[in-house]
Design a protein around this ligand. Structure first.
Ligand SMILES: *Cc1c(COP(=O)(O)O)cnc(C)c1O
Length: 400
């Protein structure tokens, strides 16, 4: 059959057609009233998308740029920080905080696992200036308990900052950013927002703004206070990624439509969409006798162990060659040991069922053993059908 190129990777994710069209013809200059209006509207919408009243910054960089800014703006050399790591992205926090001279305490759990709150409580002494963690560890598919971690940080009674890399958490996980007291939450354009790589964003609370007044690490491009001042005037300090802003505006409009005109409802619908796709996928792979890589799977992606004796690289290769579908291999040391199918962003029912159906052929070809065709599709369909009937019940209940 003919092949369509499709991404099933947890970033970059499939592009929203309306966003592609919006950026293709965009030629506005950034120091104009029209662009300031777009910039201001997008920043206001981003607050609703993130679910916060805190100021939001959007910068031209990949996600790691704003991760770096969240270290350089908030720490001084020698500051004690606590890094929670359970995968490649947690290790990025460790390396970044070390690069800026922090005194780094690390809580490290094996790939695929998540953190025990008791262990965090023990390490959370009042001299810890900041805690750095992922909401969802994209290298393993695990979701961490940000609500529980935030409660520990806030209950500690100190002014410890909580910085959350939610680059694949936003749009796949419900957060009460302000209610839980998350000081900085970070996202990236190439994930749930369905637009190309090139923008990273964050929402920053008052405690963190205050910390920046005394934090001594060097910063120049990623100077958050300077960006905040510029943003208040509808501008960025340097040339913004103008066409990506046009795309972002279109993506936020699409999410608002998902919520029938309400962006907050749209954000919830986008999260529920990812949750349902993830649940369908988990049921599908289990029906084929495969195991999940993590004991705490989130909705951003599903990480799956290959069958015994099979290198996951062969699975990734077969998906690409037979179906032009790009699924992600394991990263770093995990290469060959797992494969990852994303649900974050622009994925629908047909994508979800289609990748499972393709997986059945892929497994047949890499193992040489026959699978029961339709087993994973059927399991996914059953999850989907159940979700429909649950929704009907809720609506019927509400109408009574
Ligand atoms: C994608 C991703 C990042 C950012 O990576 P960039 O390549 O810099 O955009 C950071 N953390 C997590 C959890 C991610 O999934």
């Amino acid at each position: 059959m003919l092949l369509k190129n499709r991404l099933f990777t947890p970033g970059p994710t499939p592009l929203l057609p309306a966003a592609q069209t919006a950026m293709a013809s965009f030629t506005m200059h950034h120091r104009t009233a029209d662009f300031r209006a777009l910039y201001t509207r997008v920043l206001a919408d981003m607050k609703e998308f993130i679910g916060t009243n805190n100021d939001v910054l959007v910068l031209a960089c990949s996600g790691t740029g704003v991760m770096e800014g969240s270290v350089s703006n908030l720490t001084s050399p020698g500051d004690k920080v606590l890094v929670l790591t359970a995968g490649k992205f947690g290790e990025r926090w460790r390396d970044l905080t070390k690069a800026f001279g922090c005194n780094v305490e690390v809580i490290s759990v094996p790939y695929g696992e998540t953190f025990s709150l008791d262990l965090i409580r023990q390490k959370l002494s009042p001299d810890v200036r900041a805690v750095y963690v992922q909401a969802t560890e994209s290298s393993t598919g695990a979701r961490h308990d940000i609500k529980g971690i935030a409660r520990l940080v806030r209950d500690s009674g100190s002014d410890t900052l909580l910085v959350v890399d939610a680059i694949t958490g936003l749009g796949t996980t419900h957060f009460d950013v302000d209610g839980w007291g998350i000081d900085v939450i970070i996202g990236g354009s190439q994930k749930a927002l369905m637009i190309p790589p090139g923008l990273a964003y964050c929402a920053i609370g008052e405690r963190a703004w205050k910390r920046m007044e005394t934090a001594k690490n060097p910063r120049y491009y990623f100077d958050f206070r300077k960006e905040r001042k510029a943003a208040a005037k509808g501008e960025s300090s340097y040339t913004p990624a103008t066409s990506l802003f046009a795309a972002l505006g279109a993506a936020l409009d699409f999410i608002r439509q998902m919520g029938e005109g309400d962006l907050v409802a749209g954000r919830k619908a986008l999260i529920d969409n990812a949750e349902l796709a993830a649940e369908m996928t988990r049921a599908g792979v289990k029906a084929l006798g495969l195991k999940l890589f993590t004991s705490a799977p989130g909705a951003a992606l599903t990480a799956i162990d290959p069958p015994a004796g099979v290198d996951s690289s062969a699975i990734v290769k077969a998906f690409r060659e037979s179906f032009s579908a790009v699924v992600a291999n394991g990263q770093g040391d995990m290469k060959g040991k797992l494969f990852r199918i994303a649900h974050i962003g622009y994925y629908d029912y047909l994508d979800t069922v289609g990748i499972l159906a393709a997986l059945e052929h892929v497994l047949t070809s890499v193992t040489g053993k026959s699978v029961q065709y339709g087993a994973s599709v059927r399991a996914a369909q059953e999850v989907f059908a159940r979700s429909l009937s649950e929704n009907v019940t809720v609506e019927a209940g509400a109408a009574r």
